[in-house]
Write a protein that binds this ligand. Structure first.
Ligand code: ADP
Ligand code: ZN
Ligand code: ZN
Length: 833
């Protein structure tokens, strides 16, 4: 008998793979890419992935694998290669990648908690004895860890059993349950088929009208008939019963009609999506205009693996993508369509489904385990007819088990949301996508109205292909961008009032006039302010005291809705102080304006307008953003105030004015990318103005109307922005000419941190000399009670830095081996954004 060993990847922040021995009984069934249950540490059990099977007897005694969870491999060789590249490039471990790449249902471990699946029917007859015992235990205890269940039942091989139960949706991992994504539903009312014939309906009315007691039912039916085009179309229940100025309908009469089977109710998923296979349209029906045709022709034949599509907002990039997708899907290959944030994708899903119907799979980190597992299975199916052809998602969709990838599209490639900040691996979705496509010999298309300097640079250097679309689709004009000079505005207010009143100068008269005009014309307005909360801080007029977070080195932000001062880094909050604790002065002034304040002021200035706010605070509730977008789309909101969220690729057809409340916040941000980002954000939000119909207006409020970034936005001159910035990057040695790696050190004790940072910088300098910058305190130098210092490594573009990363990791490991620094945290951020 042969003896086999496997090297497995554990979903943990540890280096490399671990070797286990294969029990003889599994010799024939073990495969690379399967999950196996192994013991790691003294007691813990994990699902680990088989990376390699071999017969090399290890020098030390190794444990046996306990069982095999999957019949078929769930991870392919290409996925492993992708994970390994990602771990290596971003200076993290393959285990870190596994932990974020696999749907959590695949990561069963002894500490995982499970509970009964909420949709489980309770049917016990087809359970095995052991399954029955698990169900009984869980119905008593509600939530239990795998370890607790094993102990209670005493079954050694518990994980395979639980795994099957998860697959059969009898139980669910508790973590998934909390993340369950329930699509919002709307209740519709329809007419029972019994009354679809006119005669039947008439008879019903006659019968009801005879009696006085059923008059109210007649009212309900009448309204329903009007709204439903005589029973032809279902009517949302809310709209039916909403009095909307008319006399209100009786809810109990409505209920009686339902009980008597005249009206029927049903729930339907509410979203922008409502497409059926039958409704799909062939992409051949799209006629591209000349500039789209040219871009499409170029992109589909370009001999470079990566190409950039630089098209102004509303130039019709999506139609070009659809044509490109069609070409690839026709060959039976798959397409990955990446977006910066899944939250804002409803519109694009809709547009893709229109052409590709059910072959579009959406991968959503908020989906339930079973939904994610479903997408996973239908991505890897060997039979092209059984699998998704177009996969749409945010960066986590990179980890899907593609069967045959032919094209990757990265839309809004400049967006910072592509970067994962925490936890490791801190990877960039766009850059990783390019590597993934390379593994498949697939083409990558990056698209943006405001490309990142990096991508545009690569295009200029001839490394990427470049297609440009300078005009909006359908002859629509670019919006007119105007400045409101806040210096003049402040002076004017002072003149008129004779005081230095700060109040209401967040809005220039110029912007107010435009808002008024838009509202009068029944058009909509978007206002962009990149700070949330009410006022950014409170300050004592006498001693300049500002309330600070106890755990972080930042000031607290005033939130009116909760009447509290909150830390945006750790969530710490205090009640609003009524006097200054330092000097007991009562003169506390609010400084700076957040979205909440803007919303508040608008409701005073425009009492009749319907104002809504879209920022992290207002959208924490799941699906709230969809409601807001839907309401805005349906024109139930007149003015939408928001942070970055409102700048992203949304397509509204009735927005005539976009206001950027304070452009100076964007420009004067202490970061080498501030200029580029300010240009991108202002241009993107401007693109929301005047989409269908007539030219829109953008009002930029600023104290610096002649600032170059603002001038570039006004002239819609990406090239000028690029030229000025690329020169600065070269002169000051920043990307794309140089590559950066940022090391972040954290420790509870400031002195220990300082020591560690000093030693680390010294050791790094010995190897990398002047490429080492720092250590320095970052602008926020303490978060959640941990002090922070950073060290920056800067390499020339032409230097091979693979080796440098390994040396750096070694130096850090050596430092951490010193027990004085045992609790020091070191994070690596390659290509920090
Ligand atoms: P972008 O993504 O470049 O900002 P969109 O793809 O959203 O622009 O296009 C703007 C609008 O023009 C959309 O409503 C889109 O449906 C329409 N459009 C663009 N190209 C075409 C085309 N070839 N045929 C019909 N409509 C088009
Ligand atoms: Zn004071
Ligand atoms: Zn804090």
């Amino acid at each position: 008998m042969q003896t086999f060993f496997v090297d497995v990847i554990l979903p943990l922040h540890i280096h490399g793979t671990y070797t286990y021995r294969v029990p003889q009984e599994y010799n024939d069934s073990v495969r690379v890419g399967q999950r196996v249950v192994v013991q790691f540490g003294s007691r813990r059990l994990y699902s680990a992935l088989v990376r390699r099977i071999h017969e090399e007897v290890p020098k030390y005694r190794v444990k046996y694998i306990l069982s095999i969870l999957d019949k078929q491999p769930i991870v392919t060789e290409k996925q492993f290669l992708f994970w390994e590249w990602l771990a290596d490039y971003y200076m993290s471990y393959v285990g870190d990648v596994m932990a974020i790449a696999l749907p959590s249902a695949f990561r069963l471990a002894s500490e995982s908690s499970v509970t009964i699946h909420p949709d489980y029917s309770g049917e016990l007859s087809d359970l095995t004895d052991n399954e029955l015992r698990v169900v009984q235990l869980l119905s008593e205890h509600n939530v239990m860890t795998v370890e607790d269940i094993s102990r209670a039942i005493g079954l050694q091989k518990m994980m395979p059993l639980l795994n099957t139960m998860i697959e059969r949706e009898i139980i669910v991992m508790d973590e998934d349950l909390h993340q369950r994504f329930k699509p919002r539903t709307t209740t519709y009312v329809s007419l029972s088929p019994l009354y679809h014939e006119e005669d039947e309906a008439r008879a019903l009315f006659d019968q009801l009208e005879k009696k006085k007691t059923t008059q109210k039912q007649v009212d309900v039916l009448m309204r329903f008939m009007q709204m439903s085009q005589f029973g032809k179309e279902p009517v949302p229940r809310r709209l039916l019963l909403d009095s909307n100025g008319d006399s209100p309908l009786s809810e109990s009469a409505f209920k009686t009609l339902v009980r008597n089977g005249v009206l029927e109710q049903f729930d339907k998923e509410e979203s922008f999506i409502a497409q059926d296979e039958a409704d799909t349209v062939s992409p051949d029906s799209i006629t591209l205009n000349a500039q789209q045709q040219e871009a499409f022709g170029y992109l589909s034949t370009c001999d470079k693996p990566v190409a950039l599509l630089h098209g102004v907002t509303s130039s019709g990039k999506t139609e070009v993508y659809i044509k490109l997708i069609h070409e690839v899907v026709k060959q039976g290959k798959q397409v990955l369509f990446l977006l910066p944030e899944i939250a804002l994708t409803a519109q694009i899903i809709n547009r893709l489904r229109k052409y590709f119907g059910k072959t579009v799979g959406v991968y959503h980190s908020r989906f339930s385990a079973s939904q994610r597992a479903e997408v996973w299975t239908h991505t890897s199916a060997a039979d092209p007819a059984q699998r998704y052809q177009v996969l749409l998602g945010a960066r986590s969709a990179l980890f899907l088990p593609f069967a045959d990838l032919g094209l990757v599209i990265v839309d809004e490639e400049h967006d910072t949301s592509y970067k994962q900040y925490d936890p490791a691996p801190r990877y960039h979705g766009r850059d990783s996508a390019i590597y993934l496509a390379h593994l498949w010999q697939a083409r990558t298309v990056l698209g943006s109205a405001t490309p990142s300097l990096e991508s545009y640079f690569n295009a200029q250097q001839g490394k990427y292909g470049l297609a440009t679309m300078t005009k909006r689709y359908g002859g629509l004009q670019m919006p007119e961008v105007l400045c409101a000079d806040m210096k003049e505005e402040t002076a004017r207010v002072r003149r008129e009032r004779g005081t230095a009143s700060a109040r209401s100068t967040h809005f220039s008269q110029f912007l107010l006039n435009h808002i008024t005009e838009a509202l009068d014309n029944k058009e909509q307005v978007i206002l962009f302010q990149n700070r949330r909360g009410f006022s950014l801080r409170i300050e004592c007029d006498d001693c300049h005291w500002v309330p600070q977070c106890q755990h972080c080195d930042v000031s607290l932000v005033y939130h009116k809705a909760t009447n509290s001062m909150r830390c945006h880094y750790c969530g710490y909050s205090i009640p609003v102080p009524s006097e200054c604790p330092a000097c007991h002065s009562h003169h506390l002034t609010m400084k700076g304006v957040g979205t909440e304040r803007i919303e508040d002021d608008l409701s005073i200035l425009f009492p009749k307008a319907r104002v809504a706010r879209m920022d992290l605070d207002s959208t924490l509730q799941r699906n709230r953003y969809l409601e807001i977008l839907n309401d805005f789309q349906e024109r139930r909101i007149d003015i939408l105030v928001g942070t970055q969220m409102v700048t992203k690729g949304l397509d509204f057809d009735n927005v005539s004015v976009v206001g950027i409340v304070s452009a100076d916040n964007l420009i004067y941000f202490p970061d080498f990318r501030a200029f580029e980002r300010a240009f991108q954000q202002m241009t993107q939000v401007s693109g929301r103005a005047g989409r269908h119909g007539h030219q829109g207006k953008v009002i930029i409020q600023t104290y610096n109307p002649y600032h170059q970034a603002i001038r570039n936005v006004i002239d819609n001159d990406y090239a000028a922005m690029y030229d000025s910035q690329i020169t600065e990057r070269r002169v000051f040695r920043y990307p794309p000419y140089y590559r950066l790696i940022e090391l972040t050190l954290k420790h509870r004790d400031q002195e220990v941190l300082n020591d560690a940072a000093g030693i680390l910088a010294r050791d790094l300098r010995e190897v990398f000399a002047t490429r080492v910058i720092g250590p320095e305190y970052p602008s926020v130098s303490r978060v959640r009670g941990l002090y922070i210092k950073t060290i920056l490594l800067r390499f020339e573009r032409t230097e091979a830095i693979g080796q440098a990363k390994h040396i750096t990791l070694d130096i850090c490991d050596r430092l951490k081996a010193d027990k004085h620094f045992a609790s020091l945290q070191i994070h690596f951020d390659v290509d920090p954004q």
